[in-house]
Design a protein around this ligand. Sequence first.
Ligand SMILES: [Fe+2]
Length: 130
Amino acid sequence: MVQGVFFNVFFTLYMVSDRTAHRVVGYLEEQAVISYTHMLDEIKSGVLENGPAPKIAIDYWNLEENATIRDVCLAIRLDEAVHMHTNHHLSDRLQLKQEDLRVDIQKLQEERGMVPKHNAEEVWSKPNKY
Ligand SMILES: [Fe+2]
């Protein structure tokens, strides 16, 4: 039921403004990154148990056989971060009317005084406290 409502709302949003639709997904994925970061904090502090990863997760995320729940959370958080950057990037491209993925849009953004919503380089260079 909820999926049906979401599909129709998102489909309509995409038809009205694809740029906004990608931005919304970017923010949803950003919230997922934050949620997994909180979960990692709770594992680190002992609130959540860091047991062995389920086999299905090991296989899906291509983890070591002795992987833990923490390893699964790190893999998922990284994947969500990629989704976040991809969607914000696509929204930026649509705003610039530059949909050719071979074109580096950073120069266009600088020329137009745009600040990218998320600078992937900045995020990746932050020290990982885990
Ligand atoms: Fe995602």
